[in-house]
Structure formats: structure tokens, C-alpha cells
Design a protein around this ligand. Structure first.
Ligand SMILES: [Fe+2]
Length: 294
């Protein structure tokens, strides 16, 4: 028996027997990861006592998950999302000081080369949907405005689709834009009210949600990536608190501090200044950036 071995496999000593084989691991981190994963996995199997058929079902589920992945679809990320693991990894890696805005998942629909637009631009290029004006300030944790902060914003349209999901139907870069703040840290732009949308639910993850009695919807939101020199980059959303799915986001992305107020305004003079006809939605939300870690 080699020094790295720990006897023959039994139900009782299964974890020790398996993990002690990893003594020669090339990386100490990998050794720790496999120790924890093996321990938790064996614990789950011992608690559940699956039949051979159930274990094969699990293997076939993961096989289908892999087969569903393509260049444009990542079913394992979706699985991580609906199990709450993506949000957990995000939370662990984005612990913020008191007062700083909270992060949430990036999601799969960010496009890296959206156009930089003048402040106030309307990012809705096809004029479909209910008009909306969004404004606020980018601040530091002392409440001072941050100049030269770059906001990258994107959202779904009034039917719950991103431009990249409807190429040829929506104009390219519809409902996306990059804005840069001036000295006052203020930002504003025009758009349309976004709608809730389902995560892709025609694959194994969608079938799993169905079997669990869960819906696939994400409540309406706007995405932001906010960058400024000397500050941590903030990847976040703001949500419509009146959305029917606000308490049951399929990927657990909602946080109390990310609920914005969506007010319906009937100020016709203001509407005409904004180039809108009739009623429009007003959303105001400030973001507070945490100082960069030295
Ligand atoms: Fe989204």
C-alpha cells in the first residue's frame, strides 16, 4: 500500500480513501477543492441513497446539459444560475463597504462594443414600447459625485427580448448605450419600459425547472456596468418593484437595494421636452461606487 493510499474502499471510509489518493496533486488549491467536493458529494449520496436508475438519470441529465451547449448557448451557466450558485459566487466576490451599491449577475446578453452616446440619448432605436426616462447620479461612498464614470447600459424591449435575440427584427444595438458622466456625476438617458422575460427553458434546465414546479422568468430590469478610475467596477441591475416576478426571479438576482421606483408621469410639457407623446415612465436611481482595493 503506497503512502498516499488509505486502505480499500468501504461505505464508511469512502471519503478518506478517495481523497488520500490526491496527495500528489500539482496544485494545493486543486487538492483542497477536490477534498471538499468529494466530501460533499459522498455526503449527498449517503443521505439520498439513490438507486442505480436514479444515479444514471443524474448522469444523463448532465450529459444532456453538455450536449445543449453551443457557441451561443451555455446550459451549465444556466444550471449554475437557477441553483443560485452564480449569485453566491457573485456575492462572495463582491462584498462591498457600507453604503456602496450592490452587484448582481452580468447575464448572457452584454455586448462589448455598444456605441458611446451623448447624455440624454434615446437608446430605443425602433420606438416600440412605453417611453421611459432614467436618471441619477454616480457617487462615491462619501456622497461626492464621480466625474468621468462610464456607464454601459442594456435592457430587453417591451416584449422581453434583447436585440441579440432578435437579429433582423430589432435594430443592432437597440436598447444599449455607453454614457460618460460630467463633473456633477449625473447621468440620464431615454429608453422604453422593459418587460420580464424567460431564461432559455427549452433544454434540460428548463425541464428541471418544470419538474420542480418553478417558472423560468426574470423580472423586468435594466443592466448596468459602471466603471470609474479609482473605484471598483460595479456590475448590477435595477428592477421594477411592481413586476409580477419580482419576488421569484428564476436566477435569484433581485436585491432589496436594487429596486428602483418606476413612476408613470402625465406631465405633457415635460413629455414634449423629452420628445415623448403622452404619458411616460420616470426612473431615478443613484449608484454608489466602492473605492478600488489597493
Ligand atoms: Fe437581463
Amino acid at each position: 500500500m503506497g503512502a498516499e493510499e488509505n486502505g480499500y474502499f468501504t461505505e464508511e471510509n469512502s471519503v478518506d480513501v478517495v481523497t488520500s489518493r490526491n496527495g500528489g496533486a500539482k496544485s494545493a488549491r486543486l487538492k483542497v477543492i477536490m477534498e471538499v467536493v468529494t466530501r460533499k458529494l459522498h455526503e449527498a449520496v449517503k443521505e439520498l441513497e439513490p438507486t442505480q436508475e436514479e444515479w444514471m438519470d443524474a448522469i444523463l441529465f448532465l450529459t444532456r446539459t453538455g450536449h445543449t451547449c453551443t457557441d451561443w448557448r451555455q446550459e451549465f451557466i444556466l444550471l449554475s444560475d437557477v441553483l443560485g450558485v452564480s449569485m453566491l459566487v457573485d456575492a462572495i466576490n463582491n462584498r462591498k463597504p457600507t453604503g456602496a451599491s450592490e452587484s448582481t449577475v452580468l447575464g448572457p446578453f452584454h455586448v462589448a462594443d455598444a456605441p458611446e452616446l451623448p447624455m440624454g440619448a434615446n437608446i430605443c432605436l425602433d420606438h416600440k414600447g412605453e417611453d421611459m426616462v432614467i436618471s441619477g447620479r454616480i457617487l462615491d461612498t462619501d456622497g461626492k459625485p464621480i466625474a468621468n464614470a462610464v456607464l454601459d447600459v442594456w435592457q430587453a424591449n417591451d416584449e422581453g427580448f434583447y436585440d441579440v435575440q432578435q437579429q433582423g427584427i430589432q435594430p443592432d444595438f437597440n436598447l444599449r448605450g455607453v454614457f460618460r458622466t460630467g463633473k456633477d456625476g449625473h447621468y440620464w438617458f431615454r429608453a422604453v419600459k422593459p418587460k420580464y422575460y424567460p431564461i432559455p427553458d427549452d433544454g434540460p434546465v428548463g425541464q428541471m425547472l418544470g419538474a420542480l414546479g418553478r417558472h423560468p422568468f426574470r423580472p423586468a430590469h435594466l443592466h448596468y456596468i459602471i466603471k470609474a478610475e479609482g473605484f471598483e467596477t460595479l456590475v448590477t441591475h435595477i428592477f421594477d418593484p411592481d413586476d409580477p416576478y419580482i419576488h421569484s426571479d428564476a436566477v435569484f438576482g433581485v436585491k432589496e437595494s436594487l429596486l428602483a421606483e418606476f413612476k408613470l408621469a402625465a406631465d405633457l410639457a415635460r413629455a414634449s421636452e423629452l420628445g415623448f407623446e403622452g404619458k411616460f415612465w420616470q426612473v431615478e436611481h443613484d449608484f454608489v461606487l466602492a473605492p478600488a482595493k489597493s
